[in-house]
Write a protein that binds this ligand. Sequence first.
Ligand code: ADE
Length: 234
Amino acid sequence: MNKIAIMGAMEEEIQPLLKHFSKVNTIEYANNKFYEVSYEGLDVVIAYSKIGKVFASLTASTLIEKFSCDTLLFSGVAGAINPKLKIGDLILATKLCQYDLDITDFGHPYGFVPGGKVFTPCDKKLLSLAKEVAKENKLEVSEGIIATGDQFVSSNEKKQFIQKTFNADALEMEGASVATVCDNLDVPFLILRSISDTANESGTFDFDEFLHSSAKTSADFMISILKKLKNLKA
Ligand code: ADE
C-alpha cells in the first residue's frame, strides 16, 4: 500500500474529505481534477468522477494507471433497498453487481456478460479493517450487496426487481463499475455508502434533503479508515 485513491461520484461526496487537508495539490487530467494530499505521510489522491458508471470507470482507471494508486476507497451515498437500512446508515459492500447489464435474451443471467462476473467482491482485508474501525469508534455499519446502474431509482417496482434479482441491500450509480475496474487491474478496493434515500417515490426529495449529511457521515468514517491504514503502515 503506497498510494491510496479515495473516490466519490459527486463534489458533495468529496468536499467533506477535502476539508481535512490544508495542503492540496490539484492536477487536471481527463477533464477532471485530482487532489493530491498527504495524510500524516500517507499519499492520497482524492477525486470525484461525476455521476454514473462510465465516468466512475474512467476516474478509477485514471487513479490507478496515471496516479499509480494501489488501493481504492469509495465514499458516497446510496438508496436503501433493505428496509432495515435507514437514512444516514452506513453500508459496506461485500460484493457489487450491475443491475442494468442485460443480455438475458441470449440466455445469460442478469448482470452477466461473457468474461465478466455477476458479483465482484470487495477486498476481504479492507472489509475487515473497516469493520474493526467501526467497532473501535462504536459505529454501526452494515454489510451487504450493492447494486449499480445508470439510473436514479425512485420507484418501488424497480427496487423490487433489483432486490429479487440480486438480493441487493442498497443501490447507487458507480460502485460496481469501480469494482470491475479494480478487480481487473488487481487493485484492492472498498465501497462505503451512507443512505440518502430509500429509492422509492420520495427518493428525489429525500436525496436532495440528505445528500450533504449522509455524504459527510460516509466521509467521516472513511477518514477513520484512512487513519487506521496510516497507523498500519507506520
Ligand atoms: N444514490 C443515492 N440514492 C440513489 C438512488 N435512489 N438511485 C440511484 N443512485 C442513488
